[in-house]
Design a protein around this ligand. Structure first.
Ligand SMILES: Cc1cc2nc3c(=O)[nH]c(=O)nc-3n(C[C@H](O)[C@H](O)[C@H](O)COP(=O)(O)OP(=O)(O)OC[C@H]3O[C@@H](n4cnc5c(N)ncnc54)[C@H](O)[C@@H]3O)c2cc1C
Length: 565
């Protein structure tokens, strides 16, 4: 009997699983291995929207419901003018290089639109009908598992007709519906704004698309949250002519806080502040850090850059992993004699007992082993927490598990594997930061923020160790899945793996190196550094080129708008 596999979602995760399968089929056909071909699974990919690409598309309005931001909005997308926030070289495909796609050297950061086109072209270049079998406009409404039959019952809805609920049985189910699946808005802050009678517009970062120009030009904006969305939207708002952008950062640690300087002196970051009330006339917002208050007058738009939630609503409770919260590593017992190895902070920090870990740490999760739900490994998850999510080869790994290339270990072995990775990560200062006791100690000690000082060698070594640990997990997956791109082993990265670590470092330094005192501070953004001596393709050796002109002056997302002539 042919094994039947369901995939929920045709964003990058879903489409690259289909691609891994197509790649294997092609190889087996070339080898004339009919026996192995007969064993390939029969895969059905369901996609709620009308085309592939997931959040990389800018036009996904299908599930948006503006009337109820907190509960009903079921999908997210990037906005039209969004740019990538990491080096494209870390996401290049082994079988379709940037040179082949673009025909010339390109800048290190690309507009969303160009990267989406690259991903889609990779799938269709040898196979124009690649997406023909995907069931678009079809939403998976529920997935349950019938223990007796060992089958998943998948119920779908055709969104075009609104009718025709269909139930199908599958041996395996792959969830690829997106970690950034739906907007996350903290209820308490939302309520402060609504009950305080805030008169301006309140939106989530995923909603800015068609209205950003109106929200930004000549306006005062407050962003709540300090991560990649805040960074990107703050820069975009300056480009569009916003009068001021205030960023309110609860922790004072997000990527926006790493930025050494913002162009045009129109961005203010309020570290460790949160909104506490709306001014009497409804036009201002008061921020507080518990001791001091700042009043921001005449704010016209508040943008929640507060992240996303995974879209797991369609899965039965028993099939859902825990994504955050204090139970995430409940079953894991850290050995009593475990100690961190010596590192640049050891002397200053002293010994610190392991405390609570309340979020997933790196690629390791409590109840998921390399993409398999530990309690039911037929339920699979295609997502990555790697710093380089699209490069990460988890889809090849899932296929290797499905095909039996890699045996599925016992539940106990899966947890042992996860524990080993967890301890290895916790052995690295920047990864251990996810653990409560260590983080608190860091707060106490690092008053003057030396850990943000990239001229401090300790900082450089620790950052390198952070990226290398992440990359080594990817390297192991590449080895085990026999992925064509080999970047070394879990023990040692090879030259390519080391290059990826270096690219991540360079990307971070582009933020830290922005300097308020510098003569170009008025216009320079992290995307304006010249990458040509540091960033190159590990496939072709082609060096990344600087942007055609200042990023702030680029008006368009086509190749011609960004590549020097
Ligand atoms: C604003 C933003 C900027 C980002 N920038 C970068 C970046 O620069 N670099 C980077 O590497 N990553 C970036 N990311 C991360 C990005 O999410 C991943 O790169 C990638 O899109 C994840 O792919 P995915 O397929 O797992 O999820 P998604 O892209 O979310 O795709 C999931 C798909 O599942 C479908 N789906 C959901 N529910 C159902 C259902 N019930 N039935 C059927 N289909 C369903 C959705 O319609 C969607 O097409 C960014 C994310 C966001 C939100």
């Amino acid at each position: 009997m042919t094994m039947k596999v369901a995939i929920i979602g045709c964003g990058p995760s879903g489409m690259f699983f289909l691609h891994a399968l197509a790649h294997r089929r092609k190889r087996l056909e070339a080898e004339g291995d009919t026996a192995a071909l007969a064993l390939l699974p029969d895969v059905t990919c369901y996609e709620r929207s009308s085309s592939p690409g997931g959040v990389w598309k800018s036009d996904r309005v299908e599930d948006k419901d503006d009337d109820d931001k907190l509960d009903k909005c079921k999908s997210t997308s990037m906005y039209e003018a969004l740019w990538m926030n990491g080096p494209k070289e870390c996401l290049e495909f082994f079988d379709y290089t940037f040179d082949e796609h673009f025909g010339c050297a390109m800048p290190m950061y690309l507009p969303r639109k160009l990267f989406l086109e690259y991903m889609l072209a990779r799938c269709t270049k040898d196979n124009p009908t690649f997406f023909d079998d995907v069931k678009f406009n079809t939403s998976v409404e529920s997935v349950t598992y019938n223990e007796e039959e060992g089958k998943f019952v998948v119920q779908t809805l055709n969104r075009m007709t609104g009718l025709g609920t269909e139930c199908t049985l599958f041996d395996k189910c792959i969830w690829a519906a997106g970690l950034n699946g739906k907007p996350k808005i903290p209820k308490s802050i939302y309520e402060i704004l609504s009950s305080g009678g805030f008169k301006g517009r309140v939106i989530h970062s995923s909603e800015v698309g068609p209205i950003f120009d109106q929200c930004a030009r000549g306006k005062k904006i407050l962003m709540i949250g300090d991560s990649f969305s805040a960074e990107d939207l703050a820069l975009q708002a300056i480009k569009l002519g916003a009068e001021t952008v205030d960023i309110c950062s609860r922790s004072g640690e997000g990527i926006a806080c790493e930025t050494g300087s913002w162009p045009e002196d129109r961005v203010d970051i309020h570290e460790c502040y949160l909104p506490t009330e709306v001014t009497k006339d409804g036009s201002g917002i008061v921020l507080s850090n518990g001791e001091e208050e700042i009043t921001l007058e005449d704010i016209e738009t508040v943008i929640f850059c507060t992240g996303y939630l995974p879209n797991i609503d369609m899965l039965d409770e028993s099939l859902r992993p825990r994504f955050e919260g204090r139970y995430i590593f409940t079953d894991y017992v850290i050995p009593k004699d475990w100690k961190m190895s010596k590192n640049p902070l050891t002397r200053e920090f002293g010994p610190i007992a392991i405390g609570k870990i309340t979020s997933s740490i790196g690629i390791v999760r409590g109840d998921v082993y390399r993409g398999l739900l530990i309690s039911n490994p037929n339920m699979m998850f295609s997502f990555d927490m790697s710093e380089n999510p699209i490069l990460a080869t988890s889809r090849w790994l899932l296929l290797a598990h499905i095909m039996g290339d890699i045996p599925i270990p016992s539940q106990q072995q899966m947890k042992q594997y996860n524990l080993k990775i967890l301890l290895d990560l916790l052995d690295t200062p920047f990864w251990r930061y996810y653990e409560e006791n260590y983080m608190n100690r860091w707060y106490d000690i690092d008053d003057d923020h030396w850990s943000y000082d990239v001229s401090d060698k300790r900082m450089i070594d620790m950052l390198k160790d952070y990226f290398a640990k992440d990359m080594k997990i990817v390297a192991r997956d590449c080895c085990d899945a026999k992925h064509p791109l080999q970047i070394g082993t879990y023990e040692n990265l090879n030259e390519r793996g080391e290059a990826f670590v270096e690219f991540n470092m360079v990307d971070s330094f582009h933020r830290y190196d922005l300097d308020e005192e510098s003569p170009d501070a008025s216009w320079k953004t992290f995307r304006d550094f010249d990458p040509s001596n540091k960033i190159y393709s590990v496939m072709t050796g082609t060096k990344a080129v600087p942007l055609k002109c200042r990023w702030l002056d680029i008006d368009g997302e086509c190749k011609e708008d960004i590549v020097p002539t």
